[in-house]
Design a protein around this ligand. Structure first.
Ligand SMILES: [Fe+2]
Ligand SMILES: [Fe+2]
Length: 156
Protein backbone atom coordinates (compact mmCIF):
# COMPACT_ATOMS: atom_id res chain seq x y z
CA UNK A 1 0.00 0.00 0.00
CA UNK A 2 1.21 3.49 -0.69
CA UNK A 3 0.85 6.44 1.66
CA UNK A 4 -2.58 7.52 0.43
CA UNK A 5 -3.96 4.00 0.45
CA UNK A 6 -2.95 3.70 4.10
CA UNK A 7 -4.42 7.07 5.02
CA UNK A 8 -7.61 6.42 3.09
CA UNK A 9 -7.94 3.03 4.69
CA UNK A 10 -7.78 4.76 8.09
CA UNK A 11 -10.46 7.18 6.90
CA UNK A 12 -12.76 4.31 5.90
CA UNK A 13 -12.33 2.64 9.26
CA UNK A 14 -12.96 5.94 11.09
CA UNK A 15 -16.12 6.59 9.05
CA UNK A 16 -17.36 3.07 9.59
CA UNK A 17 -16.83 3.35 13.36
CA UNK A 18 -18.86 6.58 13.27
CA UNK A 19 -21.66 4.88 11.33
CA UNK A 20 -21.72 1.98 13.74
CA UNK A 21 -21.72 4.36 16.69
CA UNK A 22 -24.67 6.29 15.31
CA UNK A 23 -26.65 3.04 15.16
CA UNK A 24 -26.12 2.34 18.88
CA UNK A 25 -28.77 3.28 21.38
CA UNK A 26 -28.38 4.36 24.98
CA UNK A 27 -29.24 0.77 25.91
CA UNK A 28 -26.11 -0.52 24.21
CA UNK A 29 -23.73 1.32 26.49
CA UNK A 30 -20.96 -1.21 26.34
CA UNK A 31 -20.90 -1.23 22.55
CA UNK A 32 -20.87 2.56 22.60
CA UNK A 33 -17.90 2.65 24.96
CA UNK A 34 -15.98 0.02 22.98
CA UNK A 35 -16.61 1.66 19.61
CA UNK A 36 -15.69 5.07 20.94
CA UNK A 37 -12.43 3.75 22.37
CA UNK A 38 -11.60 2.14 19.03
CA UNK A 39 -12.47 5.34 17.19
CA UNK A 40 -10.24 7.38 19.49
CA UNK A 41 -7.30 5.04 18.97
CA UNK A 42 -7.59 5.06 15.18
CA UNK A 43 -8.04 8.83 15.11
CA UNK A 44 -5.07 9.41 17.36
CA UNK A 45 -2.75 7.21 15.30
CA UNK A 46 -3.93 8.75 12.06
CA UNK A 47 -3.96 12.39 13.16
CA UNK A 48 -0.55 12.22 14.78
CA UNK A 49 1.05 11.09 11.51
CA UNK A 50 -0.70 13.84 9.59
CA UNK A 51 0.23 16.51 12.11
CA UNK A 52 3.82 15.48 12.68
CA UNK A 53 4.79 14.42 9.19
CA UNK A 54 2.34 15.06 6.36
CA UNK A 55 1.16 18.61 7.15
CA UNK A 56 4.63 19.99 7.96
CA UNK A 57 6.00 18.54 4.71
CA UNK A 58 3.18 20.16 2.77
CA UNK A 59 3.38 23.44 4.67
CA UNK A 60 6.84 23.99 3.21
CA UNK A 61 5.10 24.62 -0.13
CA UNK A 62 3.45 28.02 -0.40
CA UNK A 63 0.44 26.70 -2.31
CA UNK A 64 -0.29 24.00 0.27
CA UNK A 65 0.33 25.95 3.46
CA UNK A 66 -3.25 27.31 3.86
CA UNK A 67 -4.77 23.83 3.42
CA UNK A 68 -2.28 22.29 5.85
CA UNK A 69 -3.07 24.97 8.43
CA UNK A 70 -6.81 24.59 7.91
CA UNK A 71 -6.55 20.84 8.40
CA UNK A 72 -4.57 21.33 11.58
CA UNK A 73 -7.28 23.66 12.93
CA UNK A 74 -9.93 21.07 12.07
CA UNK A 75 -7.99 18.44 14.01
CA UNK A 76 -8.02 20.76 17.02
CA UNK A 77 -11.77 21.26 16.76
CA UNK A 78 -12.35 17.51 16.41
CA UNK A 79 -10.11 16.83 19.40
CA UNK A 80 -12.04 19.35 21.49
CA UNK A 81 -15.39 17.89 20.47
CA UNK A 82 -14.16 14.37 21.22
CA UNK A 83 -13.04 15.53 24.64
CA UNK A 84 -16.44 17.14 25.27
CA UNK A 85 -18.17 13.91 24.24
CA UNK A 86 -16.11 11.75 26.60
CA UNK A 87 -17.23 13.94 29.52
CA UNK A 88 -20.91 13.24 28.89
CA UNK A 89 -22.49 10.07 30.31
CA UNK A 90 -23.13 7.74 27.35
CA UNK A 91 -26.80 7.35 28.19
CA UNK A 92 -27.64 11.07 28.28
CA UNK A 93 -29.64 12.42 25.32
CA UNK A 94 -27.00 15.16 25.10
CA UNK A 95 -24.45 12.50 24.16
CA UNK A 96 -26.26 11.89 20.88
CA UNK A 97 -26.38 15.59 20.04
CA UNK A 98 -22.67 16.04 20.70
CA UNK A 99 -21.85 12.79 18.91
CA UNK A 100 -23.72 13.98 15.80
CA UNK A 101 -21.65 17.13 15.84
CA UNK A 102 -18.42 15.14 16.10
CA UNK A 103 -19.51 12.84 13.28
CA UNK A 104 -20.30 15.79 10.99
CA UNK A 105 -16.97 17.45 11.79
CA UNK A 106 -14.96 14.31 11.06
CA UNK A 107 -16.88 13.50 7.88
CA UNK A 108 -16.34 16.95 6.50
CA UNK A 109 -12.65 16.91 7.45
CA UNK A 110 -12.07 13.55 5.77
CA UNK A 111 -13.82 14.70 2.61
CA UNK A 112 -11.81 17.94 2.49
CA UNK A 113 -8.58 16.07 3.04
CA UNK A 114 -9.18 13.58 0.28
CA UNK A 115 -10.29 16.32 -2.12
CA UNK A 116 -7.62 18.85 -1.32
CA UNK A 117 -4.69 17.86 0.93
CA UNK A 118 -4.04 14.45 -0.58
CA UNK A 119 -4.40 15.78 -4.12
CA UNK A 120 -1.96 18.60 -3.34
CA UNK A 121 0.51 16.13 -1.88
CA UNK A 122 0.29 13.97 -4.98
CA UNK A 123 0.91 16.98 -7.20
CA UNK A 124 3.60 18.78 -5.21
CA UNK A 125 5.71 16.04 -3.70
CA UNK A 126 8.33 14.18 -5.67
CA UNK A 127 8.23 10.37 -5.97
CA UNK A 128 11.20 10.29 -3.55
CA UNK A 129 9.36 12.41 -0.99
CA UNK A 130 6.27 10.23 -1.30
CA UNK A 131 8.38 7.12 -0.89
CA UNK A 132 10.01 8.68 2.17
CA UNK A 133 6.61 9.48 3.70
CA UNK A 134 5.44 5.93 3.02
CA UNK A 135 8.50 4.61 4.86
CA UNK A 136 7.85 6.98 7.74
CA UNK A 137 4.21 6.01 8.13
CA UNK A 138 5.27 2.39 8.05
CA UNK A 139 7.86 2.96 10.78
CA UNK A 140 5.42 4.97 12.83
CA UNK A 141 2.89 2.11 12.72
CA UNK A 142 5.52 -0.50 13.51
CA UNK A 143 6.65 1.44 16.56
CA UNK A 144 3.10 1.56 17.78
CA UNK A 145 2.51 -2.08 17.03
CA UNK A 146 0.19 -1.49 14.12
CA UNK A 147 0.65 -3.17 10.76
CA UNK A 148 -0.66 -0.41 8.52
CA UNK A 149 1.53 -1.38 5.62
CA UNK A 150 2.80 -4.54 4.15
CA UNK A 151 5.85 -4.26 1.97
CA UNK A 152 6.02 -6.14 -1.28
CA UNK A 153 8.41 -9.08 -0.95
CA UNK A 154 11.77 -8.33 -2.63
CA UNK A 155 11.89 -9.42 -6.26
CA UNK A 156 14.36 -12.16 -6.96
FE1 LIG B 1 -6.78 14.80 9.18
FE1 LIG C 1 -6.85 12.13 7.48
Amino acid sequence: MDLFQVLEKDHRSILSALDRLSETTDRALRTRVELLTKLKETLELHASFEEKILYPTLASYKEAKPSANKSRQEHKRIQKQLHRLTKIPRNEPEWETEFKMLKAQIESHVKAEERSIFKLAQTLLSPEQLEDLTTRIEEDRKERGESGLRRKPPQT
